[in-house]
Design a protein around this ligand. Structure first.
Ligand SMILES: [Zn+2]
Length: 411
């Protein structure tokens, strides 16, 4: 009896509608980015047809057999006793948002996709750049050349890994105004973002909605991981009470980052998420795991009760970032008639501009004056930073792009 044969890479054929007749005996049905060639069990024949249809990619032809069932896909994970049948069922019914599709987000998202998380939402405001390829494992050279949206291309790649889960992408800058709508209905959030103001906003949202999230951060060759359950103390704000002033902390764009370290941190984040989602909540680590891969140092940091007792978020239930970010967002605006965006400062700060300028050395031409420093990315794009933390990003009118550059190069 003949069986359907799947032809991958079929999305490149385009424009065929749902079903097309190919020759006399074969029908091709479009399905989830695949073409199913029906009434054939001969792989060579399917490959030949795919080639005739003109797909620019090498074809991977895959015979559908009774082995390729959803049950079989997760067999090894289900076999792991703490997960089992019930844990796997829970994973498959869970919704997870991955906030940021960079070095941590792409890796964590792939692990969760393969593990069979039922709904996965990918969120990122940026496009793929050439410097991302060193560590952001879902992206290829073409993505950077074309400058495609990270969230969308990640969704398409993950769909080819597991077409049975519900994947969605949002290309947005998450703020206090839209965080509810963006994360609504999620059982857990992976923190794969690149700045502290968004983490503190996520922390507030998590406490308000009692939703778990897994913090992860990595700069240079060091990083840390901890799941916060959103049910009460402690929380992320116990550790980081305010957004560090601009320029106070290193970012991947100023200090560099090692791909082996980001993969390990993201893997640990996905691991905590799987424990939580599969119902193994006792197995979740209760300390902050801090790893320095270069110094070969592993530390476990317990968040002290003293810190929790003075925490505005989890103790006092004051959600400053959920309430207050709106004001900062309103102060970020495109400058009329100029191809520039102004990003608001942090209020009462006096930056050490010379120190930040030193950190920028090697990233582009740096101009220093008594009042500001300016980093030229190319002929048209530059970032001018003032002592009060205010910045003007020239070469764009996109607020999200300006914020992204600010978070990456100022912090
Ligand atoms: Zn707290």
């Amino acid at each position: 009896m003949s069986r359907p044969v799947r032809i991958a890479g079929a999305e490149f054929l385009g424009g065929h509608g749902d079903r097309v007749q190919v020759g006399i005996h074969h029908t091709i049905a479009r399905q989830d980015g695949w073409l199913n060639l029906e009434e054939s069990s001969i792989i060579e024949e399917a490959a030949d047809l795919a080639k005739q249809l003109g797909s620019p990619r090498d074809h991977m032809v895959h015979r559908m057999t009774s082995q390729n069932t959803p049950e079989n896909r997760y067999a090894r994970q289900r076999q792991f006793a703490p997960i089992g049948v019930e844990g796997q069922r829970r994973i498959e019914s869970a919704g997870v948002a991955v906030l940021g599709c960079g070095a941590l987000g792409t890796v964590a998202a792939e692990i969760l996709t393969r593990a069979g998380v039922g709904r996965l939402k990918l969120i990122d405001r940026d496009v793929v750049e050439w410097t991302n390829l060193q560590r952001q494992s879902l992206f290829v050279e073409d993505d950077a050349i074309q400058g495609v949206s990270k969230a969308d291309v990640a969704r398409r790649r993950l769909h080819r890994i597991n077409s049975s889960i519900d994947l969605s992408a949002e290309v947005i800058d998450v703020t206090a105004d839209n965080i509810d709508g963006t994360l609504d209905g999620m059982d857990l959030v992976i923190d794969a973002c690149d700045n502290f103001s968004l983490r503190l906003l996520l922390n507030d949202w998590s406490l308000q909605t009692r939703t778990a999230w897994v913090h992860g951060g990595c700069v240079g060759a060091a990083g840390q991981v901890r799941l916060f359950d959103g049910q009460g103390t402690p929380c992320f704000r116990c550790l980081v009470s305010e957004v560090p002033p601009p320029g106070a902390v290193q970012t991947c764009d100023t200090a560099g980052v090692v791909g082996a370290a980001t993969h390990a941190i993201a893997s640990l984040q996905a691991g905590e998420a799987i424990k939580w989602l599969s119902g193994n909540r006792d197995a979740v680590r209760r300390s902050v795991l801090s790893l320095d891969f270069w110094q070969n140092r592993i530390r476990e940091i317990t968040i002290s009760e003293t810190l929790s007792k003075t925490c505005r978020a989890c103790h006092d239930r004051q959600y400053d970032f959920l309430e207050g970010r709106k004001e900062a967002a309103d102060q970020t605006f495109a400058l009329c008639g100029r191809d520039s965006v102004q990003v608001a400062g942090m209020g009462n700060v006096r930056l050490d501009l010379q120190a930040i300028a030193r950190r920028w050395a090697g990233l582009g031409a740096v101009q220093e004056t008594a009042f500001f420093i300016r980093l030229h990315f190319d002929e048209t794009t530059s970032l001018t930073l003032f002592r009060d933390g205010r910045a003007v990003i020239a070469g764009t009118q996109q607020i999200s792009e300006a914020r992204s550059l600010y978070d990456r190069y100022v912090g």
